[in-house]
Design a protein around this ligand. Structure first.
Ligand code: MD3
Ligand code: FE
Length: 211
């Protein structure tokens, strides 16, 4: 039988925004084991925004710096504010996947120094925002989705631009660069489900060159 399903499909979402469906599948269990090890050293926590709201997404980090928010603002910090210790290093399986996916999307020499690890439980969402806390927007952002599927919102350069809805499923990798680097984006409330590898959760890795 002719099988038209391509597990490694590439979808162009926007100008220099490329979705590589299933690109992380070959290393999914290694990525999830590494997330477990990171969370054992730097726990997932729900951070507080400058406006005083507790985020519904739980976060931790690995790499030289990690993204943090509290009542004083957003920033990249070399230490976990919960413990005062450095963030765990970027696991090799993370660094290799992020670098290789960026290269395949046309961004050579991407060596991320920060990886934000997001954990979504049913109902958790991320409202439309821009990623603007990095020094040099010429570097792309690489994201990896694991576990339950989510609906990603890909907007424009203005908050009011109507966002495109893109389903992101287990193993998907997206490289966002160039004209898409500063677009507004978000994630709709996670629907409940039961994933064979992550149960009722979705993880997202976001790789950035922050410094
Ligand atoms: C487009 N995370 O952590 S990944 C974030 O699924 C974040 O957890 C989402 O947005 C998540 O900041 C979306 C996709 C993504 C990440 C960064 C981007 C898309 C982006 C930066 C610029 C443009
Ligand atoms: Fe973002």
């Amino acid at each position: 039988m002719l099988d038209l399903f391509d597990p490694q499909e590439r979808v162009v979402i926007g100008e220099q925004a490329v979705l590589m469906r299933g690109r992380a599948l070959a290393v999914d269990t290694a990525l999830l084991a590494a997330i477990d090890a990171i969370a054992g050293r730097a726990s997932f926590r729900r951070m507080v925004t400058p406006g005083g709201y507790e985020m519904s997404v739980a976060m931790t980090n690995c790499g030289r710096v990690g993204w943090v928010t509290d009542r004083t603002g957003y920033r990249y910090a070399p230490h976990d504010p919960a413990t005062g210790r450095p963030w765990p290093p970027l696991p090799d399986v993370f660094a290799t996947l992020a670098h290789d996916a960026a290269t395949e999307a046309g961004f050579a020499d991407f060596f991320p120094d920060a990886c934000l690890v997001n954990c979504y439980e049913p109902g958790a969402r991320l409202s439309l925002h821009q990623d603007k806390d990095e020094q040099d927007y010429r570097h792309p952002v690489v994201s990896v989705s694991l576990g339950l599927p989510a609906t990603f919102q890909f907007g424009g350069l203005k908050r009011g631009d109507r966002p495109l809805k893109v389903p992101l499923t287990h193993g998907d990798v997206v490289v966002w660069g160039g004209a898409s680097r500063l677009v507004f984006h978000g994630v709709l409330a996670l629907k409940d489900g039961d994933h064979p590898l992550t149960a009722r959760r979705r993880f997202n890795l976001t790789f950035r060159k922050a410094l």
